[in-house]
Design a protein around this ligand. Structure first.
Ligand SMILES: [Zn+2]
Ligand SMILES: [Zn+2]
Ligand SMILES: [Zn+2]
Length: 122
């Protein structure tokens, strides 16, 4: 007997065959009934107070992984361009003072991406 989850990534129902990969996990885990705490695939849970669990379906999970993977790559590329690691290390090594503050500001601006906007407005 399969059970259903609600995919929180795209908002649809999907059939689950007993195990699902939950956000933050690297391995799929057995779906447990929220009413009786037994595996959903064992026994009959028709009478359990089984609230539906939100789990991203396998299809959208792959998409989501790819998206976060791409975002990470893009971030790494920009960080290398900016020289983030060196700047960060230098900033941390500097004693408190204007130089440290300027560097910290530069890093913060880069992180939050509003450096260009500010320049355009000046
Ligand atoms: Zn499941
Ligand atoms: Zn149950
Ligand atoms: Zn989905």
């Amino acid at each position: 007997m399969s059970h259903r989850h609600f995919c929180d990534s795209a908002g649809h129902w999907w059939e689950c065959d007993g195990t699902a990969l939950r956000r933050g996990d690297t391995e799929p885990s057995v779906c447990l009934c929220r009413g009786c705490r037994l595996p959903l695939e064992d026994g009959d849970h028709a009478r359990c107070k089984n609230r539906v669990e939100l789990v991203t379906c396998p299809e959208h999970r792959e998409e989501e992984c790819r998206r976060t993977g791409e975002a990470k790559q893009e971030y790494d590329r920009r960080a290398a361009e900016f020289g983030f690691d060196e700047k960060w290390a230098r900033m941390k090594a500097l004693p408190d003072g204007p130089e440290k503050h300027a560097l910290a500001e530069e890093i913060v601006e880069w992180l939050f991406g509003d450096g260009d906007k500010r320049k355009a407005g000046a």
